[in-house]
Write a protein that binds this ligand. Sequence first.
Ligand SMILES: [Zn+2]
Ligand SMILES: [Zn+2]
Length: 370
Amino acid sequence: MKSLAAVVRTPKTPFVLETVDLPEPGPREVLVRVVGVGVCHTDLASRDGLLGAPFPAIFGHEGAGVVEAIGSAVTKLAVGDHVVLAPASDGTCHQCETGAPMYCDHFNALNFQTDPDGPRARLDDGAQAYLKYFGQSSFGQYALAGERNAVKVRKDVPLHLLGPLGCGIQTGAGTVMNGMRPRAGSTIMILGTGAVGLAALLGAVVCGCATIIAVDRVDSRLELARSLGATHGINTTGLTDLGAAVREIVPQGVDYIVDAAGAPGLIQAALAGLGRLGMLGLVAVPPTADRSLELPWFPMLLAGQSVRGFVEGDSVPDIFIPQMIELYRQGRFPFDRLIKAYPFDQINAAIADQLAGQTIKAVLEIGAPA
Ligand SMILES: [Zn+2]
Ligand SMILES: [Zn+2]
């Protein structure tokens, strides 16, 4: 199957659109005609060789499209189904069996192209590009996905916008809605108002949080956060005591902190604004993989506070992605306001805009929805 795909041949080089030849779907795979695909930070870290991806590679892991062909053993999906592609999991390990597939024992192997026998796409000059990035490699006209990580969605919503529900949006919203599950009326602070932080904010609104504090360095982002439901914004530019600023708003400290910024100093400062029995959720990746976080040991113990990591918003994609779509249809989850669409051949410009903060979440439009 010929497909136009964004290929990265060597680390730290721009994406180049090339015609590639995809293998037929395996027994438990589906071939998806990609309609739209989001650009996530992880794609860029992989492009730059920071996550150990083999090269050449085809990345892309927020794909949405139409099932074009199915493998011989596929039962979940049929040709013509609309799908959102989510991270892959094996379905058989302890975590998968107990409803936590985003902590799958084989998460890295299934999502970061480390399988030496995995499927490859043939390039024009005979070279082979690694596929199945996050079980999909959806920066292309066609993607090979696992049956398990392709989530069937209803057809009366704009398919080209749905891809980010499979990673960035579910990561933020799911951390709050599936992981923290704040009671209605509780208080939450969100560090960083990129796509993940703003999705966490949308989740906090859905959960009925009474006080939602957005923290960022850019006023326009804080304004956007307010328009999406933040009750307060704190600009940290020139701010010396974030904890005090938080306690001016919530004197007892907030119940939850979602870190969607990945700045160690900011997390440290924010902890001073965490209330008793409060939880800090680590969502953004640290600046380097070996970075440690220093915690106020005794004060945290006395306050009964906890720190937890969250991957992909604790999502069970087959359940959570349709839930987000239903809330979106009702006008209660306007994730589309975070998205700006670009033509596929503008992939490098879209990335530049996203890195510059001009675009919160870029989506590449690749094919027609019908
Ligand atoms: Zn598993
Ligand atoms: Zn992602």
